[in-house]
Design a protein around this ligand. Structure first.
Ligand code: FHN
Length: 471
């Protein structure tokens, strides 16, 4: 990671000689370039697979209001059913999730193979899962009273799982929230709002000292884009209260309201978090592995919070989701899979099934996900490559076995494949062209994605055995 001033100085010194685009001077843009290399960031990166949890008052109606089902995302019910704020807010007096058991949630996450969990401390509705001293609209004033955040942090940490805090800046409850700043009054109110949000963020960072990251959302409105200074100030404040903490790109806006990437196209925050309900395109979006990133994913098409009716859209199967976990790792990114507990604190059967099925595979094969990333080899149609940090062996994760059973592998110059194994089974490795091999996959039937580990020699000399085509 370099300080941005070095890059600016270099660009300025080159500006006279070549057609180098002059960087735009920015006060609130990216503060550094390149990936963070410190221990906390390496841990964040090595976690690879996380559990996202959306939980708030919206879990009580679960997408249904006055007998009518609203198919739009359940956490948006207040807006899709046009429910007045006072009516919505009174849901807090029904918030009493007797089935909530933080230790059971943490055990399920552990079973899933998640190494981190990101919880909605406050979603757009403004309700806080911790007893914040800056608003009464919090769990402490519900019949339940307990500090949900504290219980979750303790339980997940006890299972060895890192906890990150999702925080929506957009707040439908707070009277000073503004979508845009159109008058001096808006400006004054919004300043008060930013003070409130800043206080809450400091409260979270201070009161829950093991928090590993802050995951911002609800930052796309003009009001925030016009206050890029605040986004930088928050990033700096969190990092000074809690050194090492990892902050997503969604928080940030620069001097010109540019988000995620600043006006000089530099990533703001520690990792790009714009990949929502999709994986990035390896070449177009990522320029392979230039920056850290995370994709977040729903199980149905677009439900984050608990919705009673999942029949209206495709519900992804454990295998589809597992393929995304592997694909994300193969492109050097993290994958955050969402769960939406119900109003009583329980998980629906589909989510439990996903945790069990993916977890079973992860128990055996998690070593090709955790602490792994982009292997540097060209992707093939049968599946994905991953490589453990610093290792000379490469993992093949086979999802689509060709009818021939022959799996093509193209290596980079100077690399030779020595062996291919899956557990105790060894497969024939056939060199077929310059930097090209076939792995003879002889297992007749595949019932789950299969892992084949390739041992390589990275100091191999190229021979002149193969001739390039002259065309
Ligand atoms: O509107 C939210 C949505 O409810 C959910 O929290 C997702 C998670 O990435 N973020 C927002 C949309 O970008």
């Amino acid at each position: 990671m370099k300080h941005i001033t070095t890059t600016l100085a270099l660009a300025i010194s080159l500006a006279g000689t070549a057609q180098v685009k002059q960087p735009v001077p920015l006060k609130y843009g990216a503060q550094t370039t390149g990936k963070r290399t410190d221990e906390a960031m390496q841990k964040w990166r090595s976690n690879r697979f996380g559990q996202f949890i959306h939980w708030g008052l919206y879990a009580i109606p679960g997408g249904v209001w006055n007998g009518k089902t609203y198919n739009y995302a359940a956490e948006f019910l207040k807006s899709s059913a046009r429910i007045p704020t006072a009516t919505w807010d009174s849901l807090m007096y029904q918030f009493d999730p007797q089935q909530f058991d933080a230790r059971a949630w943490a055990k399920m996450a552990k079973q899933l193979g998640a190494k981190y969990m990101t919880i909605t401390t406050k979603h757009h509705e403004g309700f806080c899962l911790w007893p914040s001293q800056y608003t009464d609209f919090n769990v402490g004033n519900t019949p339940f009273r307990r500090d949900i955040l504290k219980e979750l942090v303790e339980a997940y940490n006890a299972e060895g799982i890192d906890v990150n805090f999702y925080y929506s800046v957009l707040d439908w409850h707070h009277p000073d929230w503004r979508y845009d700043i159109k008058s001096p009054e808006d400006s004054i109110a919004f300043r008060r709002f930013l003070g409130f949000a800043g206080n809450q963020l400091k409260e979270l960072a201070t009161n829950y000292p093991t928090v590993k990251g802050f995951w911002f959302d609800g930052t796309w409105d003009s009001s925030i884009k016009k206050n890029g200074w605040w986004t930088l100030e928050m990033e700096q404040m969190l990092k000074s209260v809690r050194p090492g903490v990892v902050v997503n790109s969604r928080l940030r806006a620069d001097d010109f309201g540019k988000r995620h990437f600043d006006s000089n196209n530099q990533l703001m925050g520690d990792y790009e978090s714009g990949y929502e309900r999709r994986l990035p395109n390896a070449t177009k979006d990522l320029q392979v592995t230039k920056w850290d990133w995370e994709a977040c994913m729903t199980v149905p098409e677009n439900q984050w919070g608990y919705h009673k009716d999942w029949t209206v859209s495709h519900v992804k199967s454990p295998l589809e989701l597992l393929e995304m976990v592997v694909h994300a790792t193969s492109m050097g990114g993290n994958f955050l899979l969402n769960f939406g507990p119900d109003g009583n604190g329980g998980f629906r059967k589909e989510e439990r099934h996903i945790a069990g099925t993916i977890g079973k595979w992860m128990e055996k094969n998690g070593h090709v996900i955790w602490n792994c990333g982009y292997a540097g080899w060209e992707k093939q149609d049968w599946g994905y490559f991953t490589r453990q940090n610093g290792s000379t062996s490469v993992n093949m994760i086979v999802f689509n076995r060709p009818v021939s059973g022959l799996l093509k592998v193209k290596v980079t110059n100077g690399v030779k494949i020595l062996s291919a194994r899956s557990g105790n089974a060894a497969f024939k490795v056939e060199e077929i062209a310059k930097n090209e091999y076939l792995i003879h996959h002889t297992i007749k039937k595949m019932t789950a994605p299969e892992v084949i580990v390739l041992e390589t020699d990275t100091s191999a000399q190229n021979t002149d055995r193969y001739q390039d085509a002259k065309t």
